[in-house]
Design a protein around this ligand. Sequence first.
Ligand SMILES: NC(=O)c1ccc[n+]([C@@H]2O[C@H](COP(=O)([O-])OP(=O)(O)OC[C@H]3O[C@@H](n4cnc5c(N)ncnc54)[C@H](O)[C@@H]3O)[C@@H](O)[C@H]2O)c1
Length: 347
Amino acid sequence: MRFGLIGLGGIGQVRKAAIEQSPACTLTAAFDINKDNAAQLDSGVQFFDSLEAMLNTDSCDAVVISTPTNFHCEQAIAALEAGKHVIVEKPMASSLEQCQQMLDAARRADKVLTVGFNHRYFEAVKDVRNAIQSGEIGKLSYIRAYTGHTGLSEFKSPWMYDKDVMGGGTLMDNGIHVLDLTQHLMGGVNNVSGVALTDIWKLGRSEDNGFALMRGKDGVAAILHSSWSEWKGYRFYVEAYGDKGMARAYYAPMMSTVITMDKPGGKPVKRRNFYLSAIFREKLKGWQSTVIQTFIEEIDDFVALTKGRGKTGCIATAEDGYRVTEIANAVYKSSETSETVAIKGST
Ligand SMILES: NC(=O)c1ccc[n+]([C@@H]2O[C@H](COP(=O)([O-])OP(=O)(O)OC[C@H]3O[C@@H](n4cnc5c(N)ncnc54)[C@H](O)[C@@H]3O)[C@@H](O)[C@H]2O)c1
């Protein structure tokens, strides 16, 4: 499949490397408002001066959108209407209304639209998903999740913490990945209550810490904390607890733990996985090398969808992208009203 890349910044460069290394596709076209970024492209890739110019040609079959979040909606709709399949980076858009408009455009155009929730492809996360789906930890009861980084010192541009662009603060930034993992692992969320705090960075409408308490299918509960005040580095974990054990994914470094027992309180059997190849690869080639692996797997699932082979692997659909944005927005509403907010999903 021939891919066009819209946005050649920080994550766009990682997307570029993944497309180039993926056996399923070729990078054939690119657009970025900063023309200097064209210098990073191989000679076989056609760089366009405008999105319209790129979409008006037959230079690609699908696009990856890795621009600031407030451009996702208009660029995705333009690409879908031009007959391209679309992978859009997380978060799907700056508002829930925009997510719905993108979904409607994909349905009208009969093209595939997916959202870049690549954390689903982390090996440690797959271990947790397998432990739930195989019944290894028994009946799932609750999930506990955390994600944090150092906040403003992490950001290269002010739009990255501007609510008008990102749709929120930490919950729409690093939190959106772990909100997605949580709702994905627990099989959907029915209602949410939560708190959004702005005490540390004092950014007005962009929260620096967000807390969500969720209730899902069969009464499964989840609690999540997303932070911009993890004062050292970046990390996340997701822990799933059942009536016969627990499974935990941790990053970074990548590791997972599964503890099982025949009944609550029984003799525990512990299995720990250290993903040594990922750990050493990151030491040599940086965190981007792990993200590239996940993007390559995501592209495989995406291509399968565009070929009508149905949903393979764990790719996040546009409906997933909508639902996760809805959960983050529900925390904002609950924080203002102190009420529990129902999650309805897209129409
Ligand atoms: N999947 C992940 O783990 C992950 C990680 C980081 C960022 N992201 C997401 O990727 C997106 C981009 O983030 P980034 O960190 O690469 O930002 P960035 O600022 O490093 O790069 C953005 C690029 O888009 C270009 N650009 C800006 N406006 C444009 C427009 N209207 N049309 C075309 N190009 C435009 C800029 O020139 C720049 O090259 C955001 O939505 C962000 O949330 C995802």
